[in-house]
Design a protein around this ligand. Structure first.
Ligand code: 16G
Length: 249
């Protein structure tokens, strides 16, 4: 069945069935769910949907905007609206201190990073306190967009004392691998997870609509000696991750 046939109003659009944009949104959702509107296929232009359904363009636009906000449809500039590939949610155990590269490798996925910042800087007060830096010390900072299987997953900003990571440029793929080579891989970490709504710039990098749900994670990692090795502040896409913790008596 073509998208145009699927959208013909007979059978799903009714006078007394609630707002029309909601009915259209639900029709589109059911098409996406059943695969009549498959991932990466384009949606007919607004004008055409309006003609097929005999709804106004304002109504059609409203329905589409809601689906964009829900992350089911993506608008590509100049080429219209497309059905998004569904995200396979990943489970990440909260009991093992693994790195992003290892987590993804375990799932058979390759990771890539887009570097947003990498260098030695004067620390912020938060970094000084969290990393217990002495007066006047600098900090190594790496900020990357982390992708798995070509899709953006998280924005990660790691800060480390300079003697633990003297040269941040050395990190090309895995931070933990670089630390491991110097025998400075953290062995314990405390993580704080909170729910947030992604702001415009972050949402843009993670390729989700502004205001989409995200997880903000702060990790402080420790060396065997008990010394703090890393402060990482990450923003994960809310639709990509389930963090799973095991509890024992
Ligand atoms: C994980 C850690 C992050 C660590 C990174 C190292 C969370 C929330 N964060 O993403 O703290 O810096 O792994 O990954 O789990 P890498 O060795 O692949 O660079």
């Amino acid at each position: 069945m073509s998208a145009a046939e699927f959208l013909r109003p007979e059978g799903w659009l009714g006078e007394n069935e609630g707002p029309r944009y909601v009915q259209l949104r639900q029709r589109l959702e059911s098409g996406i769910e059943s695969g009549v509107l498959p991932p990466n296929s384009s949606l007919p232009p607004e004008r055409e949907i309006a003609e097929i359904t005999e709804l106004s363009r304002v109504t059609v636009r409203k329905a589409i905007q809601e689906l964009v906000r829900e992350g089911l449809i993506e608008q590509r500039q100049g080429s219209g609206s497309f059905i998004r590939e569904p995200m396979n949610r990943m489970e990440q155990s909260l009991s093992h201190l693994t790195s992003f590269t290892e987590d993804m490798a375990q799932r058979g996925m390759e990771t890539t990073s887009r570097w947003l910042e990498r260098g030695v800087f004067l620390p912020t007060q938060t970094e000084t306190i969290a990393l217990d830096l002495p007066d006047g010390a600098e900090v190594s900072r790496i900020y990357r967009l982390r992708e798995a299987g070509g899709r953006p997953m998280a924005l990660e900003r790691a800060s480390l004392p300079l003697d633990i990571l003297p040269n941040p440029l050395e990190v090309t793929t895995s931070l933990y691998q670089v630390l491991g080579r110097r025998d400075l891989r953290p062995v314990r970490a405390v993580q704080k997870i909170s729910a947030i709504n992604l702001e415009a710039r972050e949402a843009d990098l993670l390729q989700v609509p502004e205001g989409a749900a995200g997880l903000s994670i702060e990790r402080i990692s420790y060396l065997g000696s008990g010394r703090v090795a890393e402060l990482t502040r990450s923003l994960y896409r809310g639709d990509a991750y389930d963090f799973v913790a095991e509890l024992r008596l």
